[in-house]
Design a protein around this ligand. Structure first.
Ligand code: MG
Length: 385
């Protein structure tokens, strides 16, 4: 029987790559739901090709446009945030691929897990904001998360057949982004174009900026803490500019396992879709002789303060990582809209983290309230810039 799959964020980088992977399997996947933020043209193409039961678009006017074209297709069209939340609650599927961007991805993850549906999770912000709540939800419903983030997929693969108690630490590798060797004194002049130019990975805009500030690695530390139930002092970051080793696990006997591969998101996506099978794939092989050498460096927290802010937030715990995450989302969107400078991003996040009233064990409702509070706080800070 074909695996029934819902793809949230189907027109984004993860969604498109997921459909690309699905295309290489004959009849093994049935695409049941699709969602887009604003890319009507692409979701119409996807709807015609994959014939989902339903799809979600962002607002009424987009829904009108899509309905007109898909009139004869018998596809239910849902609208906006309500539509997304509604579709994420449905349990007539086997797997949700959550390729949504930012904090918007959190509630759909929780909804799917509550409904007993497994989640292939690319939206790391879900775990950053609500890791504890999500783990409790999984315990209650029995549904699972399959990591899609390449580092977490690497750790997951290294841990097949291993015991969590045998882990000394995990080492998350990161390329260091486009500004690894740039003089920090010129960071305030970094342009949007420069920040969007990642050396190794082709990804969506938000995560590309997160990689440039290195907040991406900070968020991944928090994500790993919850995904693998580790203490924060068991999670290290290592800069590895070639992005070939996707992460490592060091065991108590100092034996270290690493997972390697070409930097292509289709590999972790496919593994999440076909787990526990490593299915045959058509992409290029890893040619280590051609690459020649793999190099490593210490992380630089002075240069990339977002890393320190992320560690600090998870040490504080409770609602602190959620506020960090929402502040980061909105600071990054404002940088993408050219409203603030690159160096304003960590500055605004730090202010939001310092100003918020900590909630120890935030419920979903409390997290949603904090999301709004943080958004409003950040917008006021941005107006001052
Ligand atoms: Mg990653």
């Amino acid at each position: 029987m074909a695996k029934k799959i819902s793809i949230l964020g189907s027109t984004g980088s993860i969604g498109v790559n997921t459909l690309g992977v699905i295309d290489t399997f004959q009849d093994e996947f049935d695409v049941v739901y699709l969602s887009t933020f604003q890319n009507n043209k692409l979701i119409i193409e996807q709807a015609k090709r994959y014939r989902p039961k339903a799809l979600v678009v962002v607002n009424d006017s987009n829904a009108e446009d899509v309905k007109e074209v898909l009139e004869k297709e018998n596809i239910e069209i849902l609208i906006g945030r309500d539509g997304l939340l509604e579709i994420s609650k449905r349990d007539d599927i086997d797997l949700v691929m959550n390729g949504l961007v930012g904090s918007a991805g959190m509630e759909p993850t929780i909804n799917a897990l509550k409904a007993g549906v497994d989640v292939a999770l690319s939206n790391k912000e879900s775990m950053v904001m609500a890791g504890d709540l999500i783990n409790n939800t999984m315990n209650e419903s029995g549904a699972k998360i399959y990591p899609v983030d390449s580092e977490h997929s690497a750790i997951w693969q290294c841990l097949v057949g291993e015991n969590i108690e045998d882990i000394k630490r995990i080492i998350l590798t990161g390329s260091g982004g486009p500004f690894r060797t740039r003089d920090v004194n010129t960071f305030s002049e970094i342009s949007l174009k420069e920040a969007l130019n990642h050396p190794n990975w082709s990804m969506g805009k938000k995560i590309t900026i997160d990689s440039a500030t290195m907040m991406n690695k900070g968020l991944e530390v928090i994500e790993a803490r919850w995904l693998f139930d580790l203490q924060i002092n068991q999670i290290d970051i290592l800069i590895h500019p070639q992005s070939i080793i996707h992460s490592m696990v060091e065991f108590n006997d100092r034996s270290v396992k690493a997972q390697l591969g070409i930097p292509d998101m289709k590999i972790p996506i496919q593994y999440a879709l076909t787990y526990p099978t490593h299915a045959l794939a058509e992409w290029g092989e890893l040619d280590l002789a051609k690459i020649g050498k793999l190099t490593f460096e210490e992380k630089d927290i002075e240069k990339f303060p977002c890393i320190g802010l992320a560690y600090e937030s998870i040490r504080i715990g409770g609602s602190a990582p959620a506020v960090l995450n929402v502040a980061n989302d909105n600071a990054v969107y404002s940088f993408l809209n050219k409203r603030i400078k690159f160096t304003d991003i960590p500055d605004i996040i730090e202010k939001a983290c310092n100003a918020h009233d900590l909630v120890k064990d935030p419920s979903l409702e409390e997290l949603l309230e904090l999301e709004l509070w943080t958004y409003e706080f950040v917008m006021k800070e941005i107006d001052k810039k």
